[in-house]
Ligand binder design. Structure first.
Ligand code: GLU
Length: 381
């Protein structure tokens, strides 16, 4: 499921960000983006639906020249691959999201369940929303609290880190749902924040540079010292320093682990070949795919594309799955699972057959068309 990367240090961040996003592609995504602090104290953002290759090209054209100077030699940036849950995979809905005043940029993996309530409150205060995402609420809420805290007389006595932590904690206390977050600040370009609840997040400690990522493998070759964040933890960091905080217990002692991955083995993860790696990764891949998608409280799930109401779902009497190749085999597994759990009959059909047939598909039949590449001609037809 989608991914996050972040960087602060003395190097332009784009190379690490794009390389990291490429390594997170296996998690599945529909759009991607990066944001960097540029030398004019402005957050610059580039995002697009589609592949990292497309993003890379846009970044080379639009961001590389701009951020060449950094700000006082410090560079910071965040990147994201999105797998939409709220709103279509469009450029506007892609992350990073920039706050109404340009002060905060956020990338988010997960689902904010009470985003509509937060959104309503912020809209009442005159803040305009421009996307359909749940994530935009987090971004504006952070900026709202930041502005409020910055205006307070007492905040002048606070360090930038303490002020930021206060703002982040205020924001997180308003959110219900799951998140891996990376947050970039226009006014504090040398400080970044990562926060985790339910979605994986790893902090990397380099020499004069710091990293955030959803998968430690992206850090191989950059650093071997990592901290795996636990739920309700926030890491606040600069290029050379960091502190770890827990919602309930305050500042916590960091648990530094040694990352034991040979950069040359990253792609194959230590396995002899890719097929073996993918077979062994299946349980984790399924867990990652489902993470943050289930809403146990209301016994439902959130998936981009599958947005049927409970009433519509209850009217389903038959399910048909159509696909080719690997997706066809995956559908067979789906058939067993769906029948076992839902007691609704499922059939799996080759798309190359189905497209030339005229089968009876009544209005109570739910059809899934599966394609791994998104380009399987028979399935699309
Ligand atoms: N819920 C967010 C969105 O739809 C994040 C999805 C993700 O995990 O990539 O934009």
């Amino acid at each position: 499921m989608c991914g996050i990367v972040g960087y602060i240090g003395s190097q332009p961040p784009v190379d690490f960000l794009i390389r990291g996003l490429r390594m997170l592609e296996y998690r599945g995504y529909d759009s991607a983006g990066v944001a960097v602090n540029d030398s004019n104290k402005k957050i610059r953002c580039v995002k697009t639906p589609g592949r990292i290759d497309v993003l890379d090209k846009l970044v080379q054209e639009q961001l590389q020249p701009l951020q060449a100077a950094g700000l006082n030699g410090v560079f910071s940036g965040i990147g994201h691959t999105r797998w939409a849950t709220h709103g279509l995979p469009t450029k506007e809905n892609a992350h990073p999201h920039i706050s109404f005043d340009g002060a905060v940029a956020v990338v988010h993996n997960g689902v904010i369940e009470n985003y509509q309530t937060v959104k309503n409150e912020l809209q009442k205060k005159g803040i305009r929303f421009t996307t359909q995402t749940d994530t935009e609420s987090i971004t504006h809420l952070l900026a709202f609290y930041l502005k409020e805290e910055q205006a307070k007389e007492e905040s002048k006595t606070l360090s930038a880190e303490d002020l930021i932590l206060r703002v982040v904690n205020l924001t997180l206390s308003q959110l219900h749902g799951t998140y891996g977050l990376a947050i970039l600040f226009r006014d504090y370009p040398d400080i970044m924040v990562g926060a985790k609840f339910g979605s994986p997040l790893i902090f990397g400690i380099g020499k004069g540079e710091s990293f955030l990522t959803s998968d430690a493998a992206t850090l191989a070759g950059y650093t071997d010292r990592i901290i795996t964040l636990s739920d309700h933890e926030v890491v606040c960091f600069t290029a050379s320093d960091y502190s770890l905080h827990h919602r309930d217990t305050g500042t916590v002692q960091p648990r530094i682990e040694v990352l034991d991955i040979d950069p040359s083995q990253v792609d194959k993860g230590g396995f002899e070949h890719y097929m073996l790696k993918e077979i062994f990764e299946q349980p984790e891949a399924v867990r990652n795919t489902l993470r943050g998608r289930f809403d146990y409280d209301s016994a439902t799930a959130k998936f981009g594309g599958l947005n049927l109401s409970a009433a519509q779902l209850l009217s389903v009497q038959r399910i048909m799955m159509t696909a080719c190749g690997t997706s066809w085999h995956a559908s067979l597994v789906g058939e067993y699972q769906i029948e076992m759990l839902s007691r609704i009959p499922v059939e799996v059909e080759y798309a190359s057959e189905l497209r030339y047939r005229n089968p009876p598909l009544d209005k109570n039949t739910l059809l899934f068309a599966l394609t791994q590449s998104g380009e399987t001609a028979d399935t699309l037809a």
